[in-house]
Design a protein around this ligand. Structure first.
Ligand code: FES
Length: 181
């Protein structure tokens, strides 16, 4: 059973200092550019490749910077403003650097009544993040709350990057995190 993150969920992420200052190195060079070019042949227009192109950018850099958006815009022949509109619409795109492991916990009502807040607390304590949207000092983790992940019968569902974990409880959090070091 596969579930995707809610497009309406997500918390406001606080940017980690230091990551924004580095000059932008183009992502779409060599094999990555070749992969994008190949993808373009499979879509009716270049613009239609925007979502996967942004995903490739995020996979390469861990987040989507303004400079990255400009690079994608130039390649696809659209404006940076259009790209930004798309990036800010979908919570799956990170507009700030995040930890190596991006942890999304459903806290919508059905999961909430089953103890999701305690699961969030356990993640914040065990990861050392302390607060939602803040990346741990070791750069490993960022924890956010999200809206319904579509697995209400398996409270509390959690996504760690693209892994979908069901029936998470505060007690199982340390063991789960041991897998993500
Ligand atoms: S309310 Fe949590 S998965 Fe639906």
């Amino acid at each position: 059973m596969s579930h995707g993150p809610s497009a309406s969920g997500g918390a406001t992420l606080k940017p980690s200092p230091g990551h924004h200052d580095a000059p932008h190195e183009p992502v779409f060079t060599g094999a990555t550019r070749a992969a994008l070019d190949e993808l373009i042949t499979r879509y009716p227009t270049k613009q239609a490749v925007l979502l996967p192109a942004l995903w490739m950018l995020q996979e390469a850099r861990g987040w989507v910077s303004e400079a990255g958006m400009a690079e994608v815009a130039a390649l696809l022949g659209i404006t940076p403003a259009y790209v930004k509109g798309v990036v800010t619409f979908y919570t799956m795109y990170h507009q700030h650097p995040v930890g190596k492991y991006f942890i999304q916990v459903c806290t919508t009502s059905p999961c909430n009544v089953c103890g999701a807040e305690d699961v969030v607390k356990a993640f914040l304590e065990t990861t050392g993040c302390g607060e939602l949207g803040v990346t741990s000092d070791d750069g490993r983790y960022t924890v956010i709350e999200v809206e319904c992940l579509g697995a209400c019968g398996f409270a509390t569902p959690v996504m760690v990057n693209s892994d979908f974990l069901e029936s998470v409880t505060p007690d199982t959090v340390p063991g789960l995190l041991a897998r993500y070091q």
